[in-house]
Design a binder for this molecule. Structure first.
Ligand SMILES: [Mg+2]
Length: 204
């Protein structure tokens, strides 16, 4: 079984990180704010908000990626996948530099790879993802072409747009991670609220 996995918001959870990094940059969101969307709304409402929001994203996905968390349930999923002999890939749509990093100071792909190493998710052997199975794409079109080229039996993502892309391989099973329960239902995909549900769905 060949399983492809998205990176941003699927493996990695930036929700607390947005609040924390906004505070560090001197734009503390109102108490009780949580999650990317609440912070985006707040920061965009500030003077030069659009610019600030781009800088905040550049920091969260780049130099401050260490503030982000691994989603609950990923490790048990990887252990189950390894015990079933599944082959894992990470396929991420990620540009090399953020729009809010005009001097190109932080390579976002290197930051993501370093985070995966720190979490112990990239592993040459045993449970985990072989380092040579980590792929980055410039565009969504490139991403779905990679999923097709890797002949993934299953792909796990938090964005329905990936699954509805015309290039998405029709025979790949689509699993939508929907942690907030606000994504659409569609016969084309199976929706799971968390990694525990994905693990049950695939390995129970
Ligand atoms: Mg994602």
């Amino acid at each position: 079984m060949r399983i492809g996995i998205d990176f941003d918001n699927t493996l990695i959870d930036y929700d607390d990180s947005f609040v924390q990094v906004a505070r560090e940059l001197g734009w503390p969101p109102p108490p009780g704010s949580s999650g990317k969307n609440a912070v985006r709304e707040f920061v965009r409402g500030l003077e030069e908000g659009e610019n600030k929001w781009r800088r905040l994203q550049a920091a969260v996905y780049g130099p401050r990626i260490g503030h982000a968390r691994l989603r609950d349930g990923v490790r048990p999923f990887l252990e189950q996948a390894a015990s079933r002999g599944a082959t894992l890939f990470v396929v991420s749509h990620k540009t090399r530099f953020a729009a809010g990093d005009p001097d190109q100071l932080c390579d976002l792909r290197q930051a993501a790879a370093a985070w995966l190493w720190q979490q112990g998710l990239l592993a040459p052997a045993g449970p985990g993802i072989p380092p040579e199975h980590l792929f980055f794409s410039m565009t969504r079109e490139d991403k779905v072409a990679r999923v097709a080229q890797l002949r993934c039996d299953i792909f796990i993502d938090d964005l329905p747009e990936v699954f509805t892309d015309p290039g998405f391989p029709p025979t790949t099973r689509r699993i939508l991670l929907d942690p907030w329960g606000d994504l659409p239902t569609d016969p084309a995909w199976e929706r799971c609220p968390d990694w525990q549900a994905i693990t049950r769905l695939l390995f129970a």
